[in-house]
Design a protein around this ligand. Sequence first.
Ligand SMILES: NC(=O)c1ccc[n+]([C@@H]2O[C@H](COP(=O)([O-])OP(=O)(O)OC[C@H]3O[C@@H](n4cnc5c(N)ncnc54)[C@H](OP(=O)(O)O)[C@@H]3O)[C@@H](O)[C@H]2O)c1
Length: 324
Amino acid sequence: MNIKAGIIGGAGYTGGELLRILLQHPAVEITFVHSRSKAGEPIVSVHSDLLGDTELRFTDIPGEDINVLFLCVGHGEARRFLADNPISADVRVIDLSQDFRLAGKAAIGDRAFVYGLPEWQRDAIRQARNIANPGCFATAIQLGLLPLAKAGLLGAVHTTGITGSTGAGQGLSATSHFSWRANNIQAYKTLHHQHGAEIAQSVGHLQAEGFALHFVPWRGDFARGIFTSSTLDFKGTLAEAYQLYEAFYQDHPFTVVSREPIHLKQAVNTNKCLLQLEAGGGRLVVHSAIDNLLKGASGQAVQNMNLLFGLEETMGLRLKSIAF
Ligand SMILES: NC(=O)c1ccc[n+]([C@@H]2O[C@H](COP(=O)([O-])OP(=O)(O)OC[C@H]3O[C@@H](n4cnc5c(N)ncnc54)[C@H](OP(=O)(O)O)[C@@H]3O)[C@@H](O)[C@H]2O)c1
């Protein structure tokens, strides 16, 4: 099978990671890569990591001969793009923004979106036509909580999480400037991060009531990756908690439950989510590590594409971390 893919927002960070994966994907042919600011320029003029891998150039004209369209643009821009550019109903859309993640907002016209977290609803994704790809923090935190939600064991959850600077996209801002970010750390959006709503939505499908998330995100002084730690009351033993997690994820190739301490570098440059549990004093702590641009964005988008088109879930995504 040759899936013809188009990318909107191809000059950004998630667009660049998507290109890196799709250029090596055995079932995909890239038809066009859209950029308003770089139209006509070679892809490698922006994504220099792809030097020698592609002769493609950016275009500002979205092509029509495609099977799947990836939207790698900012929040609000994805919905606007689909409103301004009628795309054939036959084309599957995978949106990386938050525009279609929440029920009540998960459609534009007749185009309805399914929330694309395979570890929660892989069968629904296989049947879907369009995918709302989850947020990066939302992915790390949800994968850390789903087994407990399924068992109805979630109460108040206190989560801290640290993210690299690529989480904010390629545009320069005061907090992504090197001289601010290097050797620095800051809490932001304390208790008000936008991903709380999508986390509550998925957990709510598994556990009707009793869950509350108290989330403090941090900006970290590294480029890639997310590490979260969620703490909650837990009456069982650590061994029981591990059994729950290992059973829940046994058929999910990208979520790996570790009995050894995990660290960020194990996840960076992979589509994996690594989970580790610790217990003490009646509490359980769930550590979770992902690459924000891969399992948190473009890697998960390709995982969803594989499911939509009936391909092996891991196709094109067997990436290895760089350990040292
Ligand atoms: N970065 C992450 O770790 C991450 C993780 C999960 C989800 N996401 C989400 O993924 C989306 C893309 O993130 P990103 O980090 O790749 O952002 P980015 O680096 O800022 O890139 C977005 C690109 O979209 C293009 N664009 C913006 N508005 C557009 C429009 N109206 N029509 C067409 N193109 C437009 C821009 O390129 P041109 O001006 O050249 O067209 C820009 O380079 C965002 O919604 C973000 O929240 C990001």
